[in-house]
Write a protein that binds this ligand. Sequence first.
Ligand SMILES: [Zn+2]
Length: 484
Amino acid sequence: MLLRLQRYDYQIVYRPGKDMVLPDSLSRLPKHGSDKPIDLNVKVCFVQFSSSKLAELRGATASDDELMLLTSYIVNGFPEKQRDVPTEIRKYWPYRDELSIENGVVIKGEQLLIPSVLRSQYLETIHEGHHGITRCQARARSCVFWPGISRDIENMVTQCQASQPKEPLEPITPNVPSHPWHTLGIDLFTLDNRNYLIIADYHSKYPVVHQLGTDSTRKTIAHITSNTFALFGVPNTIISDNGGQFVGQAFQELLKSYGVTHITSSPLHPKSHGFIERMIRTVKAIIRKTPKDTDSAMLAFRTTPLGPQLPSPAETLFGRKLQTTLPAYNRLANNEKLSVYCMSGQEQSKSHYDEHSKELPELALNQPVFYQDVCRKTWSPGTVIGAGPEPRSYTIVCDDTGRTLRRNRVLLRPRRVSFTEPQPTAASLSGMPGDKTFPEPPPVLDTQASTPTPDPPDADGSNATPQAVRRSSRQPVKRLIEQI
Ligand SMILES: [Zn+2]
């Protein structure tokens, strides 16, 4: 061994056995052929959640008959055949290998299984900040689960009036920096007579928002920026418009002292400042929707994954999940992996953009919709009663006032009434040919009637879960490695 080590320049350091976790545990493994029992006292603590919430979850799990039955199967093992499992817990069969129990709570992969009494409460928490279906589902997928959760989220969001305005598209930036907090965008905006300063990271999309008091002088802006650098670190580059606060002496001196490169966007090419403008739109929407609890809505935005394969802005920036009002696994993030995710996310968001810029699906006769009040930017419920004569134009009747309005398709959004009530389909249209109000339904309605809303999901929510199974099926192995 000494001969082999000769070609290395090495240094020997003494470390007590208790610090040599891996060799120490391996040396305690039983020898082949020895049946001497080994003492193991392993406590794994993964759940990151306030203790009162955890106690509530534990209590609700203990009083849920279905989960108690499931628990007994997790402890004693599932039978070989699916038909030997009691029907009420058969829906958990596809996930049987991912289920475990920790601290009296059932866990599926990295998600906590929520008992039915608490589900509506958790749905509301998931929907904090009124994000869209995909974002809410992504947020849920990162921490909680129950059979049919995706369908429940979809129903809640489509029925929520505040969630109707179209969410701003994901920021698309041509040159995304390769790591977080490298390039920042900075800008000012006004909402309801209040001024705000926003500083957002191009890589992680993490926004820092400061409400400015009466004093929004150049010195204040420079001071807040300096404070932000002190909290999150100094960036390489900062991009702003040519506003006086940013080209003024105080701000310029600050950047010079920290060695930050300043890029100003040309007034003739406002698109070069597009990232921060989209970010402002998103933040404004959050503040507008939740004026009383902006902080928790902003926390929800920062901790919601940006897509099915993308981590949340906070996770990308800090390399860990932040504790929120939803439970989360305190898993150390792999920054390299996140970085790859973020880069691929740019391509994803570009293709998303292309998807969203396609024509909106046609609406059917009698289809429940939300229509937008163009001045007040609010959405109210109505029903389609006719189409045309102009293309993409519909006549609707307002559910509350009974007024008849004509609206372009972009100002209408399909509305789901409840998931037990069937949506209008081609069949229901053809079933009412004699309707006096619509002697001749416009031809366009016949071809598209079934497209506006997705098919009602299966009763067991099976269409909502396959992705979750794929995502977390390898997790137990990974957690084990991290523990060692
Ligand atoms: Zn909502």
